[in-house]
Structures are given as structure tokens and as C-alpha cells.
Design a protein around this ligand. Structure first.
Ligand SMILES: [Zn+2]
Length: 376
């Protein structure tokens, strides 16, 4: 039984100077509309205790476009502006449902540069995407084909801090579930290794179930650290500082891209080989002690990996179980169930009174698996 899912495909593209200018203008207008609508909503909410609807915001946008000082909003496609209002609507819905904090203004420097085009604002023909208000199609680097017969429903254009342009294309895709697998696996998020699985997967983990950090990462991190030191030495506001900042952003982007690639391969293998996958809820767990770059990267990877496991498990008909973050996975002997009083982070191997010799992470992964199966 195949299932239809919405799936985003992201590619790099290289805009012409005219396109880059049009997009930069669109980003700016979308941000302005978002901020202005937020301001109005805040006023209505704090002064009148009134909630403003999307329809009202949209009507206000029409009014703004008629004024002399905001007439320039007419120069860009109206769809990304409408989409900015929809994003604001979603942010308020999350706030009122107590899922998020009160929406904040988008800053020119810090917020993500992006514009969203829905069906009426782009054409997709002969494998080419042309956005509204643009003469020619985007020069996209199709690193993989879109699924057969795919119909793009939304196109999001963005530019990252490293100056790279991306287009994310939302399509309907057909996913065929995998044949049922019989295995179950527990995963421990590591410090010395990226992950440890309670049972090894040949070609993915080593014999102990460990998955090392990607090999290139050490060199990539050294490059990043060097770029950050260089940036710290540059004078504020100088041209060299701007250049150095771009170098840092590029080094950072390289690490996250390669990591994401690595995580995609890993999560696909894990889901393919196991019917049940158990992970720990690490929302607040202190994985690495100091607030280092290693920690920031490993926390981000873990969140990303969890998201990947969630949707891939749903796609392929697998079960993902999440065990409580207070579960003492490292201190429990997986052989006899005795709880050790303490297990300092520097202890990598230990022997229980029952005689079982444990690798810290492999033992934790086995406990996570057992806890998940027991809670189910
Ligand atoms: Zn024991």
C-alpha cells in the first residue's frame, strides 16, 4: 500500500543579477509586511484585547499598497507577501495554543531571508521553474530528479548567511512502505561516537554498534575554528570583517550540510533494518558538559536526527518509541538491572558486580531498547 506524502526537495540555484535584485526586494517587502501586520495585531491585542484574523491583515495589506509611501509593495509578487501574513497567522495560532512565545519582529540582519511562492505565483514547465515577476526560469542545480510526475505546490526561495541561494520545492510524492523487518534497536546519543546502536548494522556501525562522527568533520571543525579566530581579530565595521564573517558562515554551512547528508544515510539504514526504533528524549539532557561547538553541533544533529526518524518511520510503516529523558540509561546494568550510584562522563567502560563488562554507550543503548519495549 503506497502512501502519498508532501515532501520538500531542496536545491541550490544561481540567480541572474536581475533575479537576485528582485528576490532581495521581495525578501525585504515580505519582512516589512510581516512586521507591520505584527505591529497592528499587537496594538489590537494589547489596547482592545482583540484578535486580528488573517482576512483582516490581508485587507490591511491591500490598503497599505494604495498609500504613497508603501506603493513599492506593488512592485513584487503579491503571493510572498500573503504568505508572510499566513506565517504570522500560524505564529499567533501557536502562541494562543500555548505552543510558542509571542511572535517577534523579523530583523534585517538576523532573520532568515526567504520568500514563499504558491501555485499561482510560479510556473513549472519542462522541468523549469519560473517565479512571478521574473523574465526567465531559475538556474537550478538539479542534484537529483523530482519524483516521476511530481506537481510542485509551493516553491520557497532562500539565501543563507554564506550567500548561497536555495530553492525548496514542495511536491506530492508516493512512498512505498518497506517489507516488515523483525528487528528492534535502541539508540544512544554519544559523546565520543555520534551514536551507539544496541545491535550493529553491518556496513553502518562497527561490531560494537558504534557510529563514529563523520571522518571529514575533524578537519572541517578545525577550519571553522581558524575562521572564527580570524574573524575575532578583524576591526568592527571593516571590509575584512565582512569577508571573515562570510568565511565563518561558509565553514559552518559545510559542516551542517555534510552532517545532514550523513544523518540521512544513517536514519534510512536504521529504519530499513528495524521494525521498532527506540530513542531517548534528550530535550534538556546535558550531552556534552561544556558549551562548546561540539555540543552545539551534537545537539542540533540529535534534533535533526529525531525528526528524520519520525517521518521516515511514518513513511515506511515502522514504529518509533521515545523513552523518558530521566531514565537512568547509563547507570543501569543491562545484564542484571542493578543501578550504579554514579557514572561520571569520563567512565567509558565498567564492570558490574554481577560480572558483566560494559561499554558505557552500548549498555545505555540496550537499556533504552528495553525501556521502550517495556513502556509500550
Ligand atoms: Zn550487573
Amino acid at each position: 500500500m503506497a502512501r502519498i506524502v508532501k515532501r520538500a526537495f531542496k536545491f541550490r540555484f544561481y540567480p541572474t543579477p536581475e533575479q537576485a535584485e528582485e528576490l532581495a526586494r521581495t525578501f525585504g517587502c515580505a519582512r516589512l509586511v510581516y512586521n507591520k501586520a505584527l505591529e497592528e495585531r499587537t496594538r489590537a491585542y494589547t489596547l482592545e484585547g482583540r484578535k486580528v484574523s488573517y482576512v483582516e491583515s490581508s485587507a490591511a495589506l491591500t490598503e497599505w499598497k494604495r498609500t504613497e509611501e508603501l506603493a513599492f509593495l506593488n512592485e513584487v509578487s503579491s503571493v510572498p507577501l500573503q504568505q508572510a501574513l499566513r506565517h504570522l497567522q500560524a505564529a499567533f495560532a501557536n502562541f494562543f495554543a500555548k505552543r510558542a512565545k509571542y511572535p517577534t519582529f523579523k530583523s534585517r540582519k538576523k532573520s532568515r531571508l526567504s520568500a514563499e511562492y504558491t501555485r499561482s505565483a510560479f510556473t513549472y514547465r519542462d522541468g523549469r521553474i519560473t517565479l512571478a515577476k521574473m523574465g526567465g526560469p531559475l538556474r537550478i542545480v538539479w542534484s537529483r530528479p523530482l519524483p516521476e510526475g511530481a506537481v510542485p505546490s509551493t516553491v520557497t526561495v532562500s539565501k543563507d548567511a554564506a550567500g548561497r541561494w536555495f530553492v525548496s520545492i514542495l511536491c506530492q510524492d508516493t512512498i512505498r512502505p518497506l517489507d516488515p523487518a523483525d528487528g528492534a534497536v535502541g539508540i544512544d546519543a554519544g559523546i565520543t561516537s555520534l551514536l551507539t546502536l544496541s545491535r550493529p548494522i553491518p556496513g553502518v556501525t562497527d561490531a560494537a554498534g558504534k557510529i563514529a562522527n563523520p571522518r571529514h568533520e575533524r578537519a572541517d571543525r578545525r577550519r571553522l575554528a581558524r575562521a572564527q579566530r580570524a574573524l575575532a581579530r578583524k576591526n568592527k565595521g571593516s571590509n575584512n570583517r565582512a569577508k571573515a564573517r562570510l568565511t565563518v558562515a561558509r565553514a559552518h554551512a559545510r559542516i551542517t550540510d555534510r552532517r545532514r547528508d550523513h544523518l540521512h544515510k544513517l536514519t534510512t539504514s536504521i529504519v530499513r533494518e528495524n521494525q521498532t526504533v527506540v530513542i531517548e528524549d534528550l530535550t534538556v539532557r546535558n550531552m556534552v558538559k561544556n558549551h562548546s561547538l561540539a555540543r552545539a553541533i551534537s545537539d542540533a544533529s540529535w534534533r535533526e536526527m529525531r525528526t528524520m526518524l519520525e517521518y521516515k518511520a511514518a513513511w515506511y510503516g515502522r514504529e518509533l518509541l521515545v523513552v523518558d529523558r530521566w531514565f537512568p540509561s547509563s547507570r543501569l546494568c543491562s545484564a542484571c538491572g542493578t543501578l550504579q550510584r554514579s557514572m561520571p562522563l569520563n567512565v567509558r567502560d565498567w564492570v558490574c558486580a554481577c560480572g558483566a563488562a560494559h561499554d558505557r554507550d552500548a549498555n545505555a543503548a540496550r537499556n533504552i531498547l528495553a525501556a521502550g519495549l517495556a513502556e509500550r
